[in-house]
Design a protein around this ligand. Structure first.
Ligand SMILES: Cc1cc2nc3c(=O)[nH]c(=O)nc-3n(C[C@H](O)[C@H](O)[C@H](O)COP(=O)(O)OP(=O)(O)OC[C@H]3O[C@@H](n4cnc5c(N)ncnc54)[C@H](O)[C@@H]3O)c2cc1C
Length: 401
């Protein structure tokens, strides 16, 4: 760290949630550091392609957005958190725009797509690199300020100490201890580690290993829905270079449909994620799936239905990846099968993103409640920004008192 400053807010993790918290705490005047396991760029957030939800449509509202979240979660989400998520969505988008994120526009407004479980077109996109654009803008904003960066600081332990918290880290050269008045945990989920243990594919970054949730639990934090892991309905199943790739849900928003071996559409391709994943697995179990050239179960995602103009605007990265592997999704259907993707549950938080430990805040995938047991696509990046901002502001405020 620059000098030996006493920290107000220590942020753990440099995905969208940690960066939003750090930027907000810094602008509230706090002395902030981000500690992260490897580099500042390494996170799931930067891999997010599809988009971010906010009710900008004329026929839409935060209340309708909230109803969609509650229904998709099978009424298991925390309505207080959902109300905050959806009512602050538009201001979160405007804040990101001020920081330099250029959302794709059409006909004078945002280009909005309908994602699984949604009753309205509500998904904003930056081409199909939305997470990359958001994390880049947040990172550049943070780096332009006075906050410190502690890369290669893997959190090992968190203990309450006089007037705050003490954090122990593994660094490249040994160990380090850092004291701060408040802490914002934004270390993401655990799907990479779980997939590895279970011998499955995952969309996740290798740093998504979940130890920070365990560390917070050891310090006494409460959790909810931790067993509820989400499968992305459309993992890439073939070619091998695309295995574990999350085929953006916007493929289905722009017309792709799921088909079985007989070419039949066997489910609503824009249903909630858990329903679509379950339908694919059931179709394969009925013997109506297809098999990839290396023997994996799959069904077809018929991407030939996507209009080339839509693909050019909203799916250029996905097209480049598949075409680079020798398959043109606009000319032939692609193999797909559900793949481990997201930790729905996590640390219990209140409306200021404070956990059940005083002075410890949590935002992003590490926190539970906002999505209940089944998240809608596009609401995770939104949660990172809305609750990251809240966590940063509240942590800075608490550090002052
Ligand atoms: C391929 C993919 C596509 C996605 N697409 C979308 C989408 O289109 N829309 C959407 O809303 N959501 C999407 N998601 C989900 C969403 O991107 C993530 O859930 C969200 O970005 C998580 O953000 P986060 O900041 O909580 O965690 P992350 O972005 O995962 O960041 C966690 C950070 O914590 C660090 N960390 C981990 N452990 C430690 C430790 N012990 N000590 C210090 N640091 C640690 C990591 O290195 C990392 O920097 C997608 C996810 C993936 C993987």
């Amino acid at each position: 760290m620059r000098g030996s400053r006493q920290l107000d807010v220590l942020v753990i993790g440099s995905g969208a949630a940690g960066l939003a918290a750090a930027v907000s705490a810094s602008s509230a005047g706090a002395r902030v550091a981000i500690a992260t396991k490897t580099t500042l760029q390494a996170c799931n957030s930067a891999k997010a392609q599809g988009g971010i939800q906010a009710s900008f449509g004329e026929d839409d509202s935060p209340e309708i957005h909230a109803e969609d979240v509650m229904r998709s979660s099978h009424e298991t989400a925390d309505p207080k958190l959902v109300e905050i998520l959806t009512s602050e969505a538009r201001s979160a988008i405007h804040w990101l725009e001020e920081l330099g994120v250029e959302f794709t526009r059409s006909n004078g407004g945002f280009r909005l797509a309908r994602c699984g479980g949604a009753t309205r077109q509500r998904l904003l996109q930056v081409g199909d690199r939305t997470g990359h654009a958001i994390t880049k803008a947040l990172r550049e904003t943070y780096e332009a300020g006075s906050g410190d960066e502690l890369s290669h600081h893997k959190l090992l332990e968190l203990e309450s100490s006089d007037g705050g918290w003490s954090a122990a880290f593994l660094t490249r050269t040994g160990t380090a201890e850092i004291a701060a008045r408040t802490v914002a945990l934004a270390a993401g989920g655990r799907c990479f580690a779980v997939a590895e243990t279970q011998g499955e594919l995952s969309t996740n970054h290798p740093n998504a290993t979940g130890e920070v949730t365990r560390i917070a639990m050891n310090a006494g934090a409460e959790v909810r829905d931790l067993d509820a892991l989400q499968y992305h309905p459309n993992g890439g199943a073939w070619p091998s270079t695309m295995q574990g790739y999350s085929i953006p849900e916007t493929t289905r928003a722009y017309g792709a449909v799921l088909r079985n071996a007989d070419g039949e559409e066997f489910t609503d391709s824009l249903g909630p994620r858990d329903a679509v994943s379950a339908a694919i697995v059931a179709e394969v179990e009925k013997g109506k799936g297809v098999v990839t050239p290396d023997g994996r179960p799959a069904v077809w995602l018929d991407t030939t239905k996507i209009a080339p103009e839509d693909a050019a605007i909203s799916l250029p990265y996905m097209l480049r990846r598949y075409r680079g592997s020798g398959i043109d999704p606009l000319a032939e259907p692609i193999y797909t099968y559900p793949v481990l993707h997201y930790q729905n549950g996590g640390l219990v938080i209140d409306k200021h993103a404070e956990t059940t430990l005083e002075g410890v805040f949590a935002c992003g995938e590490i926190a539970g409640g906002t999505h209940g047991r089944n998240r809608m696509m596009g609401n995770s990046l939104l949660e990172c920004v809305v609750f990251g901002r809240r966590a940063g502001r509240a942590a800075a405020e608490r550090a002052r008192t």
